[in-house]
Design a protein around this ligand. Structure first.
Ligand SMILES: [Zn+2]
Length: 581
C-alpha cells in the first residue's frame, strides 16, 4: 500500500481504528501531514537545510515561544489560566494593541528581526513609505510652509473634523510678520474665530500657538508616536499632525470599526502629506530619507508605486509647475546621494525603481492620458519606470474590467513601441467573494500582471492560485496594512497561510508603513513570524529571497543581488548562532 495518496492514508487510519492500533493511526497521521506540507512554498527549502540553518531555526522558534509567553493575556476567557495553558495573546490581538503591549520593542527576537536581511520591498507607495516622524520634522523645519483649514478650529472635536492642507509659499513667514507685528491671542491663525477658512497661515505661527493637549496620552497612557511625553504647544501640534498622517489610534478621533471607516481616514492622510513633501527641496530629502530608512532596515532594494495623478508639485520658487519628468529626475538624484551615504555607512543598497501608478477613480480617457505620460517617462528614464498599476480603495473603485479597452491598448501600444512596461497590478484587496474587486483577480492574471498587489481574496480561487504557481506570479502580501485597513481583526485571520500552504509565490511587503507608524519591513516580517506557527526562520528566507527573484531588476543585477543576499543570509545565520545559542 502506498501512503502517497491522502485517501489511502485515510483507509489506513480507518483500519487502525478498527483494531485500536494507535501506532498505525499515528503513522497515517504523520503521512497525511507530511504529504500536505510537501506542497508548501517553503517545502523545498525546509527539505534541504544545513546543520547551521537547523540550529538557527531551533533558536528562533524557542525565542518565539518565550516572546509569545511573555505577552500577558489580560482579557477574555483564558486570562486567568493563560500562563499555565501557554495560550498567547499576540495572534488574536490587533496590531496597535500588540505594539502598545511592547511586542515589537527591544528584546532578542525584535533585535534579530531588525538585523535580518529583508531582500526587496515590492509593494510600497512612495508617499506612504517614510517614517511619519520625519514628516513631522519636515513640517516643523520647512521655511515658509503654510497650513490651511476648511474651518476655524475652535474646539478639540474640530481638530479631527477639519480638512487640513499644507503648501510652501516663499516669503510667507516674512509677510505674516509684517502684517502682524504684534502677535497675540487674537492674531489670525487656524485656531481663532476670526480665521477665514482656506487662508494660508505659516506653520511656525500655528505650531507655537497650538491650544490643545497632546493627542496620545489621554486614552492609552502610552505614546505610539515617541517615547517622550511632552506638553509644549509645538510638540502637541506635532502629535495632532501625527494623528492626521497616520492610522494611530488616539483619544480625539472616532473608533474606526469597519474597513470603509479605516479607508475613510487612510485616504485623508495622503492629502495632508502631499503638501509637506510636494515641494521640490522637500521631495528630494523625502525620497532620500526613505531609501536610507529602508536600507538601514535591511531592505536592499524596493519598487515604489508613485502616484502620478497629481500633475504638479511646488517648484523651489513656489510655482506649482514641477512636473512628472522632474519628479523622476529628483528621485534619481536622491538615489545617487542615498547610495553614496549608505555605502559609507556599510549598508547594502541596490537602489529603487518606480511603478507608475494612477488611481482607479479616473475614466478611460484619463487613463489613456496617464498611460501616454507613463510612456514618455519610460522613454526618458527607461531604467527607472518598471511597471504600471491602478491603486486606491478597490471595493468602491472602478474595476479593471471597465478599463479593459484601454488596458489592452496599452499592452499593444507599448509592444509596438518596443517598450517593456508590464502591469504590476493591485487585485483582490477585498473581503468580497464574487464582487467586482474580487473579480479583479481574474483580470489581473489575464492581463499578464507580473505580480499581484495584496491578492487578499486569492485564497478563494483555486484555479487562479494554480495559475500563480504555474506562471510564477508573486503575491505582494502586506499583513499590517490589511489588518489596519479592516480586512482582518488580527494576523490570525489573515489568508497568508492559505497561500503558503498552496505553494503560491509570496513576498512580505509593507504598503504604507508611514501611516502605520512603522519603518521598513521589520514590523511586517515580525508579525507574520510571530503570528503564524508554521513559519520558521527558513520560511522567512524563502519569502525574502522571493522578493528579489520577483523584482523588476535587470537580470544581471538580480543575479548579483541574489548572490549578495545569500551571503548576507549565511552571515545572519552564523550571527544568530553566535549570539543566541
Ligand atoms: Zn498598495
Amino acid at each position: 500500500m502506498t501512503l502517497d495518496q491522502p485517501d489511502t492514508v485515510l483507509d489506513q487510519a480507518q483500519k487502525a481504528a478498527e483494531t485500536a492500533d494507535v501506532a498505525a493511526y499515528l503513522d497515517a497521521r504523520q503521512h497525511l501531514i507530511h504529504r500536505e506540507r510537501s506542497l508548501r512554498l517553503d517545502a523545498p527549502k525546509l527539505a534541504s537545510l544545513s546543520a547551521e540553518e537547523e540550529l538557527a531555526n531551533e533558536i528562533l522558534l524557542k525565542l518565539r515561544t518565550q516572546q509569545l509567553r511573555s505577552l500577558p493575556q489580560t482579557e477574555g476567557d483564558l486570562a486567568s489560566s493563560a500562563a499555565s495553558s501557554g495560550y498567547t495573546t499576540f495572534r488574536d490581538e490587533p496590531f496597535y494593541r500588540s505594539k502598545l503591549a511592547g511586542a515589537f520593542a527591544d528584546g532578542p527576537l525584535p533585535d534579530i528581526f531588525k538585523k535580518m536581511p529583508k531582500g526587496a520591498n515590492l509593494h510600497c507607495h512612495l508617499d506612504g513609505s517614510c517614517d511619519a516622524r520625519f514628516l513631522l520634522h519636515l513640517a516643523a523645519t520647512t521655511k515658509d510652509l503654510c497650513i490651511q483649514s476648511n474651518i476655524s478650529i475652535i474646539s478639540q472635536q474640530d481638530l479631527f473634523k477639519a480638512t487640513i492642507k499644507f503648501r510652501v509659499f516663499p516669503g510667507a513667514e516674512e509677510q505674516y510678520a509684517i502684517q502682524h507685528p504684534k502677535q497675540g491671542a487674537t492674531t489670525p491663525s487656524i485656531f481663532t474665530s476670526s480665521y477665514n477658512p482656506f487662508d494660508w497661515i505659516p506653520v511656525t505661527v500655528v505650531r507655537h500657538r497650538f491650544p490643545f493637549p497632546y493627542a496620545y496620552l489621554a486614552k492609552h497612557g502610552l505614546d505610539l508616536m515617541s517615547p517622550t511625553t511632552p506638553s509644549s504647544p509645538p510638540l502637541a501640534f506635532d502629535s495632532w499632525l501625527h494623528t492626521l498622517i497616520t492610522m494611530t489610534p488616539h483619544a480625539g478621533g472616532p473608533e474606526r470599526r469597519t474597513s470603509s471607516a479605516a479607508w475613510g481616514h487612510f485616504l485623508t492622510t495622503f492629502g495632508v502629506i502631499e503638501g509637506i513633501i510636494g515641494y521640490e527641496p522637500n521631495f528630494k530629502v523625502f525620497c532620500k530619507e526613505i531609501m536610507l530608512q529602508m536600507a538601514r532596515d535591511g531592505v536592499r532594494y524596493f519598487e515604489a508605486r508613485v502616484n502620478f495623478l497629481t500633475e504638479f508639485m511646488v517648484r523651489w520658487n513656489g510655482e506649482l509647475t514641477l512636473g512628472h519628468l522632474d519628479w523622476c529626475r529628483i528621485f534619481l538624484e536622491a538615489q545617487a546621494e542615498a547610495k553614496e551615504q549608505l555605502a559609507q555607512e556599510g549598508f547594502a543598497f541596490d537602489g529603487a525603481r518606480v511603478i507608475y501608478s494612477t488611481v482607479r477613480v479616473i475614466n478611460n480617457e484619463q487613463l489613456r492620458a496617464s498611460m501616454l505620460d507613463c510612456i514618455s517617462l519610460k522613454t526618458k528614464y527607461p531604467d527607472l519606470i518598471v511597471g504600471f498599476d491602478l491603486v486606491g480603495h478597490e471595493d468602491p473603485g472602478i474595476p479593471a474590467k471597465a478599463y479593459l479597452p484601454v488596458l489592452l491598448w496599452f499592452r499593444q501600444h507599448t509592444l509596438a513601441l518596443g517598450l517593456d512596461i508590464p502591469f504590476i497590478l493591485h487585485g483582490g484587496e477585498t473581503l468580497g467573494d464574487g464582487e467586482a474587486a474580487d473579480e479583479n483577480l481574474y483580470d489581473v492574471l489575464l492581463l499578464g500582471s507580473k505580480r499581484i498587489g495584496h491578492g487578499y481574496s486569492l485564497y478563494k480561487h483555486p484555479i487562479l492560485m494554480d495559475l500563480c504557481k504555474k506562471r510564477n506570479v508573486l503575491i505582494e502580501c502586506c499583513p499590517i496594512s490589511n489588518e489596519v485597513l479592516g480586512y482582518t481583526a488580527s494576523i490570525s485571520g489573515h489568508p497568508l497561510p492559505a497561500l503558503l500552504a498552496n505553494g503560491v509565490p509570496v513576498a512580505i511587503c509593507n504598503d504604507d508603513c508611514s501611516m502605520f507608524g512603522n519603518v521598513g519591513l521589520t514590523p511586517d516580517l515580525f508579525t507574520v513570524f510571530m503570528g503564524i506557527e508554521s513559519l520558521c526562520l527558513s520560511s522567512l528566507n524563502v519569502l525574502t529571497r522571493k522578493s528579489i527573484e520577483h523584482s523588476q531588476m535587470p537580470e544581471a543585477q538580480k543575479k548579483t543581488s541574489l548572490l549578495d543576499f545569500d551571503a548576507q543570509w549565511a552571515e545572519f545565520i552564523t550571527w544568530i548562532i553566535t549570539h543566541y545559542r
